[in-house]
Design a protein around this ligand. Structure first.
Ligand code: CO
Length: 301
């Protein structure tokens, strides 16, 4: 039993290691004029080349977009000279996930905002240990962002990571909240503060490029049936439209969505079109601290 747990934790850590390598290499490509699609494909193939699988499509959300943006099929969009870019990457090995995000400020105008999200993440990680409550984490994040003059996004949260479940309980709000959950040794969670100069909330907008399988159900349309078979391999984890076979794809997706087989993830943008910065790491809770699986700084153990 002990051994099995160790074995599982090793997979979480190996996923984190792949993520760090791919993230650092991909950051070199987040430059004005480069295509978002090239970065997303670089990340996803980099993960596979190293023996992992993407736990979700590479998210590249810009400016007022906070999450769930990923390039479309043949997307020609390029980074602008002043884009505030969130690169959110997920890797899994055998279902055990690492999830991490960084913000790149291409114009160099929003350093303070980026720093607010990073400081909130650092300070949250510092207080995490066996027995910490999500209430304390939310408080620390909220305080770090507010004392730098920004707002945390109240309806985006950190989350647990379970096998083939990239948004498992507990929810870890980025603000003070009631009914907290106590984190225990060997729990694996993602901490992800979002800071904004807008209103502090996200709303759904724009095209949907990301989906996940809720539950297979019988469908009649031939292409929908084929598509359903194809997406079973993601084990319920989110996947991108551009990963799918293109044969009558829109109709097949709509059919599955309307049958309740799929859920979709519309792009989330700040309600007042404020700018959004995000910082995220995955941590394993330990007796007297935590181990960050997605940190580029080696702890030298
Ligand atoms: Co996350």
């Amino acid at each position: 039993m002990e051994d099995e747990l160790e074995h599982i934790l090793e997979k979480y850590k190996a996923a984190g290691k792949i993520l760090v390598e791919v993230r650092e290499a991909a950051l070199e490509l987040v430059k004005p004029g480069n295509r978002l699609l090239d970065v997303a494909e670089f990340v996803e193939s980099g993960i596979r080349d190293r023996g992992g699988e993407p736990a979700f499509p590479c998210n590249i959300s810009r400016n007022e977009e906070a999450a769930h943006a990923t390039p479309s099929i043949d997307d020609e969009a390029v980074f602008g000279p002043e884009d505030l870019v969130k690169l959110d990457i997920g890797v899994h090995i055998d279902g055990y996930i690492a999830d991490s995000a960084v913000t790149v400020d291409l114009g160099g105008k929003y350093e303070e905002l980026v720093r607010a999200s990073e400081a909130a993440l650092d300070e949250a990680i510092k207080i995490i240990h066996d027995g910490v409550s999500t209430v304390e984490i939310g408080e620390v994040i909220e305080k770090a962002i507010k004392e730098r003059g920004y707002k945390p996004i109240v309806n985006l949260s950190g989350h647990g990571l379970l096998r083939y479940n990239s948004h498992a309980p507990p929810t870890i709000p980025n603000v003070k909240h009631e009914h907290g959950v106590i984190l225990k040794t060997n729990d694996v969670v993602a901490i992800e503060p979002f800071a904004t100069n807008g209103g502090g909330k996200v709303v759904e907008s724009g095209n949907v490029e990301i989906y996940s399988l809720i539950k297979p159900k019988p469908v009649r349309m031939r292409e929908a049936k084929k598509l359903l078979n194809e997406i079973k391999k993601y084990h319920g984890l989110p996947f991108a439209r551009r990963w799918l076979p293109r044969e009558r794809l829109n109709l097949a997706l709509r059919t599955l969505k309307n049958t309740g087989v799929l859920r979709d993830y519309p792009i989330l943008r700040e309600e007042n079109r404020g700018l959004v910065a995000q910082a995220e790491h995955t941590v394993i809770i330990k007796e007297d601290g935590c181990e960050v699986t997605t940190s580029s700084i080696s702890m030298g153990d």
